[in-house]
Design a protein around this ligand. Structure first.
Ligand SMILES: [Zn+2]
Length: 94
């Protein structure tokens, strides 16, 4: 399901960040493009900046250390970029 106002936002089944407990019910692309996430895709909690992976039921789980170590460099850099953004946003709201 795609967000009604912003095509880059996709509603996901309600869940909570396994790292900080923040409620999660939507995701978006990091570059503003339109895309729908699927099982196995990466996302990031915008409260605590934890990198997460969608499960087969579109719940989210933390990445293992091995998964983090095996990420392609470009994807790892993108996670770091999103984490920096999340930390900036968190600092502004706290
Ligand atoms: Zn979190």
């Amino acid at each position: 399901m795609t967000g009604q106002d912003d095509p880059s936002i996709t509603r996901t089944p309600p869940t909570r960040c396994p790292a900080c407990g923040w409620p999660l019910d939507a995701t978006s692309t990091s570059d503003g493009s339109s895309a729908t996430p699927g099982p196995g895709d990466l996302t990031c909690c915008l409260r605590c900046a934890e990198p997460l992976r969608f499960t087969d039921t579109m719940d989210v789980r933390r990445l293992t250390k091995l998964e983090l170590a095996e990420l392609p460099l470009a994807q790892y850099r993108e996670i770091l970029r999103v984490r920096n953004f999340a930390r900036l946003m968190s600092a502004r709201t706290n």
